[in-house]
Design a protein around this ligand. Sequence first.
Ligand SMILES: [Mn+2]
Length: 359
Amino acid sequence: MRFTFRWYGEKDDQITLQQIGQIPGMDGIVGALFDIPVGEVWPLEPLLKMKQQAEKNNLYFKDIESINVHEDIKLGLPSRDKYIENYIISLRNAAKAGVEVVCYNFMPVFDWTRTDLAKPLYDGSTALAYDYHLIAGKKPQDMVKSILGNSNGFVLPGWEPERLGELTELFKQYDGMEEDDLRNNLEYFLRAVIPEAEKCGIKMAIHPDDPPISVFGLPRIVKNEKDLDKIADMVDSESNGFTICTGSLGSNLKNDIPHIIRKLGKKKRVAFMHVRNVQVHEPWVFNEVAHKSKEGSLDIFEIMKAIYDIDFDGPIRPDHGRMIWNEKGRPGYGLFDRALGANYLCGLWDAINRIYGKK
Ligand SMILES: [Mn+2]
């Protein structure tokens, strides 16, 4: 298993590779080329550059998050074949640069949704939060405006302002699309991409919907165990894998995450682990918290134990952190709380190894 930390690149991240390399137990970065518009080919050269930059700081670059899937693929438009072709070339280039795991999502329009990017917690820290009451009866445009208003000037993945101009148009295109239609479009994509990923030694890792419920009437198909099973069955390959994001799946307390890890782990389909905690107040009202189990609704020890039990050998990363110690950073992606989260996960991992074996 490799402990990793998401990095937005030297242009877009206020956190340096040296800082990441100084986090105890950190093995690698999770990177992406944010300059490449969705749907275009990721060239080899900048990927190699990222690898060199990481290695200079004693970090691996073996994991990408995310090569985004073009909307035409999700919509099932005739133009999807061209974008699928590009996607496959991107995977090949990533493999040439030593990449082993590629995270992606299949959420229509929005990558993730929150109603507050800086909700004050009891200790004066702030965290991302979601409250469905605040969305009920609102237009997506209103939510987008409020999100962009408190992002500390950072461009958030999936919320790029240029994409949001097309929001009304996009919603029209999804009008009437059911979950099964979207599932068919995912299957079409996977049937084309997974054999190629397999050939070049890459594991694709679909990220759960965040939050795992329909927002603004859009279909969502990566919400729970049943959804994951359906996706696993679409193409029988270890390259058809999952990112188990505990914070996304865990915002629905009905999702038994250790069980899901063990079940998919048996089939070697757990490709990437995102571990973070959430505090769920009532269904679809939650906020993010520090990683420690007692701060939230998830038992992080049980989750780490499940990861141990499946002999997981892929990347794991702390996921979103709170803003603490007056840090001003990209919401969810500051340095301090994520570094603390990484250390907590490393501590649990060491203890589990001591108790149960010697991995
Ligand atoms: Mn995640």
